[in-house]
Write a new protein. Structure first.
Length: 129
């Protein structure tokens, strides 16, 4: 086989493979959490036990969600709380086998004079480093 034929054959294989299964975009679902809000945060659900249950319920939901937009999950927690229960859910209650990464950043508790958006952006910035 001539070198031109070998090159053309290889190109045909690459083109056929790329045409057969279009590549789906890869998504990362980012969940933000504040399990232990600051005393002066002014939130209605300030009890860390209730907040943890809320986040556990949300994580279970996203672990079962079928859309590719939730194929990978990053949970950023900004109060330094223990994430053991959430990690256990990701390990034991993950029917789709989604990769889940946890990052807890202590000291990111927000005050009443800060907006949720400002705090979440700060957490995302630190989490992306």
């Amino acid at each position: 086989m001539a070198k031109e034929d070998e090159a053309a054959s290889g190109d045909d294989e690459i083109n056929a493979a790329s045409m057969a299964a279009p590549s789906l975009p890869k998504y990362l679902l980012v969940m933000t959490a504040t399990i232990i809000p600051a005393v002066d945060a002014g939130v209605k659900r300030a009890d860390p036990r209730l907040r943890l249950e809320d986040y556990k319920q949300a994580l279970r939901y996203w672990l079962c969600y079928e859309h590719p937009a939730a194929e990978r999950i990053l949970l950023l927690e900004n109060s330094g709380a223990d994430l053991g229960e959430l990690r256990a859910i990701a390990e034991d209650e993950n029917p789709r086998g989604k990769p889940v990464e946890f990052l807890s950043i202590a000291g990111m508790r927000f005050r009443r004079d800060e907006t949720t958006v400002t705090t979440r952006c700060g957490c995302l910035t630190r989490g992306s480093r």
